[in-house]
Each structure stands twice: as structure tokens, then as C-alpha cells.
Write a protein of this length. Sequence first.
Length: 325
Amino acid sequence: MDERTRLHAVQRFGLGPTPQWHTTVGADARGYVLAQLENPTAALIDDEALPPTHEVLQWEMRKGRERRRLRREGGVSDEMIKTLRPGPLRRRIYLEEVQARIRHGRDTSAPLLERLVMFWSNHFAISTRKGQVRGIAGAFEREAIRPHVLGRFADMLRAVEQHPAMLIYLENRASAGANSRVGQRRKRGLNENLAREILELHTVTEASGYGQADVTALANLITGWTIARDRAGVDRGGRFQFNPRMHASGAFEVLGKTYRSGSERAGEAVLDDLARHPNTAEHLARKLVSHFVGGNAAPELVARLAKTFADTDGDLAAITRALVE
């Protein structure tokens, strides 16, 4: 096998050549890359020193309550209150997550999976500029992306959209239907950020012909997707929670199909259908080809990946295998 093909194995489908790359790849470059798809656990980062999302958010909730109590009671210096601010902890956790990611990329025996993690984390981008996201951005990747890089796209989609980092970043945690109990009592409104991102970037794109009515309908169906508060004796704080008091009631149409609200399953049903939509298959196939092959890749390769996506119900391992082959 020629040197160029072997270089593709470590550059195009990996993180670049190491000092031992000739020995690692061996004579069968394609076989070397395909073998990495047999071990999905190689994508996971198992580090007990890295806190899960709910623990970080629970800490912030408790410190927030303590700050508010001290302010009410008075007699406490501003410097004392500053020590309870979350900024320094968020920064420390973020840097530890970055270091763990670099170490994993350096030591992994499956660099293709690391490239896939990078691809999907970029596809489902969040921003650490939104303060509370910084402390849980690494956990978001570890919890919602890494377990699913060789799984079903529909499962990754649900894990991402219901993760607290995404709910905070796109402000869905406070979104309430106008006719919901919270919406009527507190005058809290509908937030369409997450719904628009799901349609425009995460799944079907504008090529599907979706309109503003579809965005509003989806936004209503995912009202109540929020984050549980930290309460004494209830270990749910900081985790995804469906709050029926914020949920819009009624029937809503998304891309020509009607969904009836009533539970978290209403929004999940839309995600499942979007994950199987032909425009989602083409959109993801085009992005994968652009990332791994180049922007001017043959249209037939995009079509082949989109067909594999449809034929396998979004099996990401099968789609990656088709790309490598």
C-alpha cells in the first residue's frame, strides 16, 4: 500500500502521525481505521476527578442560595460574598476538562473516534462565553457526545437537546408556554432559540422548507424541558427535568405533522422524526464528507452516505464505515 494512503489513515481519519505511526498503521491502512469502529468505549473519558454536570450545577445552586442569604442578613463584606461566586470554579473545571481531552487524544488507540467527537461537538456547538456553560462544557461532551459517536443519531440528538448545557446555552430552561400555569401566572414567555437551532443547524436545515410557524410549534412542544432545582432530600438537582407547569397545551404542527403536547415525549417525538428526515441525512452526509474529505468531494459520496444514514436508521458507525471504505 502506498505512503499516501497510509498517511490518509492517520491524518484524514486521525490526529496526525506519531513517531510510531508506520508500525501502528501497518500494511493495511483501511483495516487499521475500520478496526477502530469495533470499540465504541474508546471514545469515553473515564476520569473520576471530572465532576458530572449535575454536581457542578448543584454546587452553583447552593452557593447562590448562600450568597442571597448573606446579602439579606447583612453585616458581611463584599469580599466574603465574592468567595462564593462561581467564576473561579467554572474556570478550574473547564481547564481540567481541556487537559483531560488533550491527554485522551494523545493516548487513544482510536484517533478516528476522537475526530468524530470533535466533529459532533462542533455540529452541536455550545459557547463557554455564557457563564454557567463554562463549568459544564466538558461534561456536555463527555455525557452527550462521546457515548453516541458510534450509536444512533437520534439518541445523540436527544441527549444533546436535553442536556443542561444546551438548555442553558439556548435558554430553553426558562421557556414557558403562554397557556401554561407558569406562563399565565408569571408572564414568562416562549423562547424559540433551541427550536430554531434544532431545525436550522442540528437537523433538517432550510432545505426542508421549514418556516417560522414550525419553529414556534417546536418551541411550544419543548416547553417544560428544564433543569431540576437542588432540593433537600431529592437528588435530582442539576439534571434534566420535565416541568408540566411550564408546558404549553394543545396540538402543534411541525413540517406537516401534528403533535399533541402533554409530556416530554411530545418534543422527543419531533426529534425522532427530524432525525429520520431525508434532509437531515443529506445535511449530515455533506458535513461529514466536507470534514473528512473536502468541500469539493464527489456528490455521489454524499449521496452514498445519505442513503446509508436512511437505510440504517442513522447508525453512525455504519455511516462512518461507508465513509472510510
